[in-house]
Design a protein around this ligand. Structure first.
Ligand code: ATP
Length: 386
């Protein structure tokens, strides 16, 4: 096992544009770090530089404290698990797992190869499938064979490049759990690339969020959710996404397009003196006011809004509030969309409601908002001020 240190890593392809721009991350021995971000943010490039498939333009890559920038991939002792598993269809599961060991021909006895393959197969619960060919395995089993290959090599770290993106949603969920358990059991340092925020949040000890080659924040999933450093991270993490509402402060009341929201003084204080701020409200901060317990009411604000429609999901409901943006607000939302790498931000607020709520679209409804959890962002820098 090994620690992996990235120090001011830059990657410029031929066009000169930095695909990875001054990224520094310390990955501890045994840690599971996720690299996440939208398409083109540089996460695969970063992973490929770690494994040695891509040259590093500048900066230092250290494995266990030793600089390895110029080391060939085979000398780094890292194992890559790819999206398409890269299994050989004509070889049995046994031979697929043994493959990297056979590349070391002569170094290992047949007995040792067998011992290592059987050990990995046992860990991965593949012992009964060793004579099968990949074509006769489920997607999840194929995924495990691919991991088996990484395990037998006794690599210092596993590098995963979107390994689950070809699987259907149900299998993806199962495999996510398997990878997570496996990584904890083996304790092998792992770096995992995905564009899926759910995968990032459920798998990682820490999650690094990238945008346009720049590291935005690296933190535990909980911290990313609760204390996103800027608009981009706030919008990227969480599902449904955080709502952003332009707001102006009047005393301790934030005036927003969906109503006036009284906020605690410590929230008001960060907005004071600014012409306009962006209020960040997760859908789950809202509730049907009639369902909020008495003792909780004091920690939030009630306001009336008309939902256009609601969607019932069984365990909860989504409600939608559309608002008519002023020209200034429209401009602000467009700028925000550019910053978030989104096509557009609709003048709409999504709220989650308890499954028991009887609020329906088309009628004014009383909502409650937990104002302790609100985020307030500076619209020009995007920084979270709260
Ligand atoms: P995706 O999720 O779509 O795979 P990513 O976050 O992994 O995206 P990268 O593949 O690392 O992003 O690409 C980062 C940037 O570098 C992109 O703008 C991409 O177009 C560019 N890029 C990637 N590979 C090359 C290459 N071989 N030559 C030139 N530019 C490249």
């Amino acid at each position: 096992m090994a620690s992996i240190t990235l120090k001011n890593i830059v990657k410029k392809y031929d066009d000169g544009f930095p695909a990875v721009n001054d990224v520094s991350i310390d990955i501890a021995d045994g840690e599971f770090v996720i690299l996440v971000g939208p398409s083109g943010c540089g996460k695969s490039t970063l992973l490929r530089m770690i494994v040695g498939l891509e040259d590093i333009t500048s900066g230092d890559l250290l494995i266990d404290g030793k600089r390895v920038n110029e080391k060939a991939p085979r000398d780094r002792n890292l194992a890559m698990v790819f999206q398409n598993y890269a299994l050989y269809p004509h070889l049995t599961v046994f031979e697929n797992i043994a493959f990297p060991l056979r590349l070391n021909k002569g170094k290992l006895t047949e007995e040792r190869v067998k011992e290592l393959v059987l050990g990995a197969a046992k860990t991965l619960e593949l012992t009964d499938h060793l004579e099968r060919k990949p074509g006769n395995l489920s997607g999840g089993q194929r995924q495990r064979v691919a991991m088996g290959r990484a395990i037998v090599r006794q690599a210092d770290a596993f590098l995963f490049d979107e390994p689950l993106s070809n699987l259907d949603a149900k299998l993806r969920g199962q495999m996510r759990a398997e990878i997570s358990q496996m990584q904890r059991r083996l304790g092998t340092t792992s770096v995992y690339v995905t564009h899926d925020q759910t995968e990032a949040m459920t798998l990682g000890d820490r999650v690094a969020v990238l945008k346009k080659g720049i590291l935005q924040q690296i933190a535990s999933p909980r911290e990313l959710y609760e204390q996103p450093v800027n608009l981009f991270v706030a919008g990227f993490i969480g599902s449904p996404s955080m709502n952003f509402l332009p707001a102006t402060l009047d005393g301790t009341v934030l005036k927003t397009p969906i109503g006036d929201i009284p906020v605690p003084e410590e929230k008001a204080a960060v907005a004071r003196g600014k012409d306009v701020v962006l209020l960040g409200v997760r859908p789950e901060f809202f509730e049907d006011a009639s369902l909020v317990e008495e003792h909780k009411l004091q920690h939030g604000a009630k306001f009336t809004a008309e939902l256009t429609h609601t969607e019932w999901l069984g365990n909860e409901q989504y409600g939608y509030i559309d608002f008519e943006p002023s020209p200034e607000v429209r401009e602000l939302l467009q700028g925000l969309a550019r910053d978030m790498d989104a096509e557009e931000l609709r003048p709409q607020v999504v709220v989650t409601l308890d499954a028991a709520s009887r609020i329906r679209g088309g009628h004014p409804a009383e909502l409650w908002l937990d104002t302790r959890r609100l985020h307030i962002f500076d619209p020009s820098s995007g920084d979270n001020l709260t």
